[in-house]
Design a protein around this ligand. Sequence first.
Ligand code: FMN
Length: 235
Amino acid sequence: MARARRRSCEGGPPITGDEVRRAIGRRDAARRKGLEVAEVEEPMVTTCRVLLISGSLRSSSTNTAVLRTAQANAPQGIAAALYEGLAGLPHFNPDDDTEPLPSAVADLRASIHAADALVFSVPEYAGAMPGSFKNLLDWLIGDDQPGSIAGKPVAWINASPRGAINAHDSLRKVLDYASATIVESASTEVPVTGTMIGADGLIADPTTRQRIAGTLTTLASDYEDRNSTEATGVW
Ligand SMILES: Cc1cc2nc3c(=O)[nH]c(=O)nc-3n(C[C@H](O)[C@H](O)[C@H](O)COP(=O)(O)O)c2cc1C
């Protein structure tokens, strides 16, 4: 019996909506016949969903520009979404970490659950990560639902020309505390200054774009490797 051909997160032709619907139809028909999905000879549709989270609220933020550029240059097979709710999160209070959650927190957690992997880009303020971003991370710690940050592959792009070592040391510490899976090979330094950001809010320099996209490729590849025994993944 021919094995299903997996479509890698890191390559292959673009996935169309029709293709997804056809794949779902074939998968469901196979299941109705009692066949293992992995035994159906057809291209499988696997897309790696990456949520991009900036630690800066600044409108001309270099970190947000990095992630916007990542989204705009996401390689085929990777669907990247930019989280835009940081400013709307309430101050973390354990008393409020109970159902019903504040709606902004419920939205944040839903976005995390829907993602296969996360990419952070975080500045340093006064020797630490920004308080607003730490507040976001605090809201993730108590999430005990499937798809939470615990065990989720994460990486960061350090955009600071000054290193921002303290911010990234504390980011690592918190991500460890959250039991996230830090993908070291995908985490990188891509120094960006304000002058590199164009009027479209994106970074134009091709080398920088390539390095930013490389984080997504490596993260998706890692995700693919971790899930290589599962021959399904239509979403
Ligand atoms: C109040 C303040 C404190 C800062 N403290 C640090 C710091 O401790 N270390 C550092 O490397 N950069 C520091 N910076 C520089 C910022 O990290 C830098 O401006 C960065 O580009 C901000 O990120 P963004 O462009 O994404 O908004 C500080 C900036 C401000 C406004």
